[in-house]
Design a protein around this ligand. Structure first.
Ligand SMILES: Nc1nc2c(ncn2[C@@H]2O[C@H](COP(=O)(O)OP(=O)(O)OP(=O)(O)O)[C@@H](O)[C@H]2O)c(=O)[nH]1
Length: 316
């Protein structure tokens, strides 16, 4: 992946050159005055060596230690330059150049073309900067993907899991429950007379009511329980490691939470918004059977006065 970026894109073509016989003082002055960190030592058109700022400092330090620093007799470029050149090709990739820098602990790489001519220089800093840039791009791409994935599982109105998330989690819970021989529960929750609510108060207020209902039910959940939008004005509770009694009581908590909101509903006999629920539980790998049982229980609740919870054990 990193080798998709050729060194030609990263190198500097503005290469400072010096002849090997030149005095070191000249190399030192050029490094200082031109603000460069290395000079390519050229014998005619041929690359003979490289001399870096650090080579110069090390040499001067050495002479100071020897008590032998005489600027007039500092020596020549060829006395100090490094002849063991590690170069890269302009067509090499970023990874190859980075590997060479790391392996040989060098900071400047001359860049040659296919004909062997010096065409540029690339520094370790250039390479690390390019590498960090790519890494940052990949990280932001990865987090964008994560965010998109999370969004694709969320219902935008209610801010809870959508049907896709529900099916994914149901499969997972059903498989775990089957393995551990522990029951899990589901409860389908359906707002009563919601068509009348919409018709009377308008779709906008209908949406507001749905949001308030989802939030109120969300507050009743125990750790590990999940709430999803099953579709329309219908929600579903997924209750891992829960038997039928537990599923009924979770559905009752949800029903009571909605009643406690006291959302006015003039077209319901109760005068406030309410919900009916169907609960089911079992250790069945076939989660669809459990959801069907909850649906049957919900049907019973709707036909037995609404604002109540009915239960159904899963059919074996
Ligand atoms: N405002 C709003 N209404 C919705 C949304 N999704 C579904 N609905 C409405 O919910 C209503 C559901 O109506 P029905 O299925 O007839 O059920 P009901 O009127 O609640 O009657 P019972 O369930 O039998 O008590 C329909 O009017 C849908 O348009 C939504 O996202 N926003």
């Amino acid at each position: 992946m990193l080798n998709h970026i050729p060194i030609a894109q990263l190198m500097s073509r503005n290469v400072a050159r010096i002849a090997p016989e030149e005095p070191l003082v000249l190399a030192y002055r050029r490094v200082r005055e031109e603000g460069i960190s290395c000079l390519m030592v050229m014998r005619g058109a041929e690359l003979a060596g490289i001399i870096t700022e650090r080579d110069l400092v090390n040499h001067i330090d050495y002479l100071i230690d020897q008590d032998n620093l005489n600027l007039a007799h500092l020596g020549r470029v060829c006395d100090v330059m490094s002849r063991h050149l590690v170069a890269v090709m302009d067509t090499d990739g970023l990874q190859t150049a980075l590997d060479k820098c790391m392996e040989k602990a060098i900071r400047h790489l001359p860049v040659l073309n296919a004909a062997g001519d010096l065409v540029g220089v690339v520094t370790q800093t250039d390479l690390v900067r390019a590498y960090s840039h790519i890494l940052a791009q990949q990280l932001s791409l990865a987090s964008d993907n994560e965010r998109l994935k999370a969004l694709s599982l969320l219902d935008p109105l209610m801010g809870i899991g959508n049907r896709r998330a529900m099916e994914r989690d149901l499969k997972h819970t059903a498989a775990g429950s089957d393995r551990r021989h522990l029951p899990y529960g589901v409860a389908l929750l359906d707002i009563d007379w919601f068509k009348r609510y919409n018709d009377h108060y308008g779709h906008q207020l209908g949406d507001e009511a749905l949001k308030a209902v989802a939030t109120a039910i969300g507050r009743t959940l125990r750790a590990g329980d999940r709430l999803y939008r099953y579709g329309g004005e219908e929600l579903m509770l997924l209750l891992p490691e829960t038997d039928l009694e537990g599923a009924v009581s979770a559905a009752e908590r949800a029903r009571n939470a909605v009643l406690a909101l006291s959302i006015e509903h003039d077209k319901s006999p109760l005068g406030v918004l309410s919900l009916s629920a169907g609960a089911a539980a079992g250790a069945d790998r076939d989660w669809q059977a459990l959801v069907s049982a909850a649906d049957e229980a919900l049907y019973d609740a709707k036909h037995n006065g609404r604002n109540c919870v009915h239960a159904m054990a899963a059919h074996d």
